[in-house]
Design a protein around this ligand. Structure first.
Ligand code: APR
Length: 244
């Protein structure tokens, strides 16, 4: 592992352009459950279709609203961990850096990441279901969704299953993947598209791929370096090696 970490750090030191994709795993050490890990994962206790789809919201707005309110309160009570801060440091070191996150917890922004794409939205933001009107100052602890001035129910400003991602975010993400000399994947099971295809796009365009995860994923066979372990522990070590 030590060798891989050093060689991965050397790659990053020479890189002009670095892109990073993060998933729920990078926030686990901040105390936020991931989605798919057996038993502890959020989806182990709830069904995605019931909670994270437009149909689920229309079928039971109160259930979906209160589940997101519970997650929002959990997220507002946690802080970024050393893994988030390590990516802020890498952004300072490399000339061109793009961070693409699938997470909606806002912890990368809180940690200080600048060139950040929140591909799946942000759980702290709200919009109206029908027309996408931004909804500001939404009260906490409501038992059901408030209503927009246009009469539509208000929903979390996150991308649900079956919904399209922001085309601008997608274009920017694919461009970053195509131009990256090094692509780092941290804490994602690599199961959800289109995010899961970014590392493959990067590889196809000549990037070296570094993956950081305690478990192997469908991306691991493509990785030039598989850093097996927790991002909160390994990413700071990567930065330390880069600074040597
Ligand atoms: N450090 C790094 N990775 C970790 C850690 C850790 N400390 N702990 C767990 N992991 C890894 C797990 O091994 C797993 O591969 O994080 C990954 C979490 O995977 P998921 O729970 O599937 O989360 P993610 O990949 O972000 O899901 C993608 O699916 O449900 C949708 O929109 C939701 O954005 C989410 C998307």
């Amino acid at each position: 592992m030590e060798g891989d970490l050093t060689r991965a750090a050397d790659l990053l030191k020479q890189a002009k352009s670095v892109a990073v994709l993060t998933g729920a795993g990078i926030s686990k050490e901040s105390g936020i459950p991931t989605f798919r890990e057996a038993q502890t994962g959020l989806w182990a206790n709830y069904e995605p279709e019931k909670l994270a789809t437009p149909e689920g919201f229309l079928r039971d707005p109160a259930l979906v609203w209160t589940w997101y309110d519970w997650r929002r309160k959990m997220v507002s009570s946690v802080t970024p961990n050393p893994g988030h801060y390590a990516l802020v440091e890498i952004e300072k070191i490399v000339p061109d850096f793009t961070l693409i996150t699938q997470n909606v917890d806002g912890l990368h922004r809180l940690a200080g990441s600048k060139n950040l794409i929140e591909l799946h939205g942000n759980i702290a933001r709200h919009k109206c279901f029908k027309n996408g009107h931004p909804a500001l100052d939404v009260q906490a602890d409501l038992k059901e969704p408030p209503t927009c001035l246009c009469g539509s129910p208000i929903r979390p400003d996150v991308v649900w299953f079956g919904e399209a991602l922001d085309p601008k975010d997608l274009t920017k993400s694919f461009k970053a993947a195509e131009h990256a000399d090094v692509f780092i994947v941290v804490g994602t099971s690599g199961l959800v598209q289109p995010a899961a295809s970014f590392p493959f796009t990067a590889k196809k365009h000549g990037a070296k791929l570094i993956e950081c995860n305690p478990e192997r994923t469908p991306l691991s066979y493509e990785a030039d370096f598989f850093l097996e372990g927790a991002s909160g522990c390994l990413l700071p070590q990567l930065v330390e090696q880069m600074r040597r």
